[in-house]
Design a protein around this ligand. Structure first.
Ligand SMILES: O=C(O)[C@H](O)[C@H](O)COP(=O)(O)O
Length: 301
């Protein structure tokens, strides 16, 4: 099916009339870091005033839902925890409900507070790697990294303070065949969208572990099945009236397509128009728009 390009006020109005619920990716759609993209605040208010439901679906694991609420508020967007669905939350739900993670085991977290907070909120004991932030490792230290029999899983998310000491610990826990700890990535994004371009993302940061262990981790985030299953068990939306909006074909648009939803690609993030239209591109959005913030122009229709 050809991608429907939305460019006129009539296109925007026709598009909005088709849906009641929008699942919105965050980085690259709403904001870059702490910079809200043009027209987003107005579009969010306009959609809500017309009874549209907005759910924010993000692979970014660095904040808990409680802290996302604060971030949204700081940026001028009202949101409640129930409106936010993140890869950290999905990881916590998965460990608790699907793996029934044992109470006497702990999770070693290579990542930021979003993961430890969400795991803690469902009663899972964590060992945060944040204690090793900025702690350099020497060759002599290599003999000091010890096994920890209480570790039942290692969860890796985005970690701006990733270092060799954290990798050495995660490797040691995961390499113990008897312990057989679960290996979970919050998401597999190759790049991380920032205000001035893209940087290595969670999937790239986890490569040293994947390569050295020769183990395939379970990947929670978009577009993978665990996130999808977790989403549909937590939110009951009519799939025919729900649209997934994102800036990446390989995560957001694939996520929507895997859930049989229609999709809208925005061009304010990672995927370019050329990539989306490339004949060799297997993942195609239903719709494409320059920016989600353009939709407020439907007011004038
Ligand atoms: O590497 C990452 O963690 C991701 O690139 C990033 O956090 C993506 O978040 P999203 O676009 O799903 O909001």
């Amino acid at each position: 099916m050809a991608i429907q390009r939305l460019t006129t006020v009539e296109d925007y109005k026709g598009f909005l009339d088709r849906f009641d619920t929008f699942l919105l990716d965050c980085d690259g759609v709403l904001w870059h870091g702490s910079h809200v993209l043009e027209g987003i605040l107005e579009t969010v208010s306009f959609l809500r005033s017309h009874g549209k439901r907005l759910v924010f679906v993000t692979n970014n694991s660095t904040l808990s839902r409680a802290n996302y609420v604060k971030k949204f508020e700081r940026l001028g967007i009202m949101a409640e925890e129930k409106d936010i669905f993140s890869s950290s939350f999905a990881t916590a739900v998965y460990l608790k409900n699907i793996l029934q993670f044992p109470e006497d085991k702990r999770v070693y977290v290579v990542g930021e507070s979003g993961i430890t907070d969400e795991l803690g909120a469902v009663g899972i004991n964590c060992v945060s790697s944040a204690d090793d932030n900025g702690v350099l490792m020497t060759h002599a230290d290599m003999g000091t990294v010890e096994q920890d029999p209480t570790i039942g899983a290692v969860v890796c998310g985005f970690d701006i303070n990733l270092n060799y000491r954290k990798l050495a610990k995660a490797f040691t826990y995961l390499n113990n065949k008897e312990q057989n700890a679960h290996f979970i990535l919050t998401n597999d994004d190759s790049t991380f969208p920032a205000p001035n371009g893209v940087f290595p993302g969670t999937g790239s940061l986890a490569q040293p572990l994947i390569h050295s262990l020769k183990r395939t981790p379970l990947i929670m985030g978009k577009p993978n099945k665990p996130m999808l299953d977790c989403f549909f068990s937590n939110y009951h939306t009519d799939p025919t009236r729900t649209c997934m909006v994102g800036d990446r074909l390989d995560t957001d648009i694939a996520f929507g397509a895997n859930g049989n939803l229609e999709t809208l690609l925005v061009l304010t993030g990672v995927t370019t128009e050329e990539e989306a239209f490339a004949p060799s591109q297997p993942i195609k959005p239903t719709f494409m728009i320059q920016s989600f913030g353009d939709l407020v122009k439907a007011k004038d229709a």
